[in-house]
Design a protein around this ligand. Sequence first.
Ligand code: FAD
Length: 577
Amino acid sequence: MLIEYDVVIVGSGGAGLYAALEASGAGKTAVITKLYPQRSHTGAAQGGIGAALCNVEKDRPEWHAFDTVKGGDYLVDQNAAFILADDAPRAVYDLENRGLPFNRTPEGKIDQRRFGGHTREFGAAAVRRSCYAADRTGHMILQTLYQQCIKNNVVFHYEWQVIDVLLEGTRLTGLIVLELSTGELHHVRAKSALFATGGFGRMFKVTSNAIANTGDGPALLSRAGVPLMDMEFFQFHPTGIRNMGILITEGVRGEGGILLNRNGERFMQRYAPTLMDLAPRDMVSRAIMTEINAGNGIRGDKKMDDWVNLDASHLGRETVETKIPDIADFCRTYLGVDPAVEAMPVQPTAHYAMGGIPTDIDGRVTDGKRIWEGLYSAGECACVSVHGANRLGTNSLVELLVFGRRAGQSMANFACGSEAAKPSSDAEYKIKHWRKRIAKLKEGGRHSGSIYESMKKTMTANVGVYRNGKSMEKAIEDITKLRNTYSEIGGQDRDVNFNSEISSILELENLLDLALHTTSAALVRTESRGAHSREDYPDRDDDKWLKHTLSYLDGDSIRLDSKQVDVSKWEPKPRLY
Ligand SMILES: Cc1cc2nc3c(=O)[nH]c(=O)nc-3n(C[C@H](O)[C@H](O)[C@H](O)COP(=O)(O)OP(=O)(O)OC[C@H]3O[C@@H](n4cnc5c(N)ncnc54)[C@H](O)[C@@H]3O)c2cc1C
């Protein structure tokens, strides 16, 4: 079927919904999403949205911007960090006005709590900056924005999976979409399209990410010639539930929870004397792995699955049940542990992709030299870059709101000023290609499971919190082999309707391509910065590496280039917390 829109948004997480809302006045706007909107990973966000509201203590957007730059180990584009911090209070009040039920102070203002790396007066002490709705902040954002989109006549195509993009040179013309309920393929023609497909933590074995986080947007754009930026920077959150990776929000430490090693020692005192447990995530994850590697983990035999404890029991039952109720439930359900009386066993878990589709501050896809006309991106799959080498907690939700909105506005302007969507010269050829490919997958072949497992295993073992040249070469060798065997995969399920096996085989291809981007960019960056910690190059090297990486997929390998970092305000300094 051929369908035509002015604006198409791919993804119904916080970024996609906000962009859709802003663009909806400019013409026929549709959201295409492989999930039902409220199942997007934004709904899992627990801790909060960072904004200098000054509701409980003195704060300034400039301090927020500085923390973002320093937290990102100076790889953040500082002009973008200022926009993020300056616009965050407006974004929070906008959500409040649209009905988001934030927790309140006794006087009725939006309550705020501490979060890792957020400080007052350029690092003097932790500050209360995170605006939250218990530990269900993301869930509330989705509910609020989805209602608003419905009110503004945005069309939704649920459970439609975008599998290809149509470009004439660098001009977007449309998308190829698989409708999951019928197995039908659609050609969606559009003046402009925005990719807001979220993260890709599923390339790792232990991850906080939902099953659908398979990086479809970046992967399919990279196959169409768009570079990806800073792919070597993948964040490991310090506190995932042991072995499972399910997230325990930093909000627990924001409320006063502390990390303890096997000796009951609050070890973060040794690693970050000022902020301790509220140091940025890269530092806390490294500290936990260092403790475990030194035999100070619980069980203490230096095995991969040793852990440390996160203790919130001293906060009392009332705080646990009102401020982190979902966490308390997860711990009781999955571990049989009650956080109001016992410590929670935690390990670092693959959490957030700092890298992704390179965009400017208005969501337009660009490599710094060219702009892809009509092509936009926002949210976790985009790289603006406001997170640099390490994202601060609460800054992703801010990014969705601030840059999702800007991208939506910029698409609206583009759609109003441009003629009807152009026909694509290769749409018919591509539809035929996909029809054939899906039919072939249904003829059967090798099960995808072992390839999926091997990818996750090698990524976790070799490109984890700590990495080195040898381990990453091994990962590249493994991923290359897995990409070569991918063509042997075939489905066991022949169904036309809701054939989830076919859709997950297509997702696996995306993860494999992104794993190759990540490992290749990481191997080349011979320094340690933010979440990229190399045992063989332990120091940051600003002379050589104060630059973004651009990686292009060239058949079986990755070609690398670079892009300048905006350091217009603060000179890079050593990071002390
Ligand atoms: C457990 C957890 C807790 C977190 N807590 C916080 C927090 O407290 N504060 C914070 O700032 N950040 C937090 N984060 C990070 C933050 O939630 C995410 O980065 C952010 O929500 C991503 O939003 P998004 O709009 O980019 O994408 P998502 O919300 O992930 O949505 C992606 C959308 O893309 C669609 N999609 C994907 N592929 C396709 C395709 N091929 N075709 C069609 N549609 C597609 C999906 O259907 C989905 O609607 C957390 C993350 C996790 C995993």
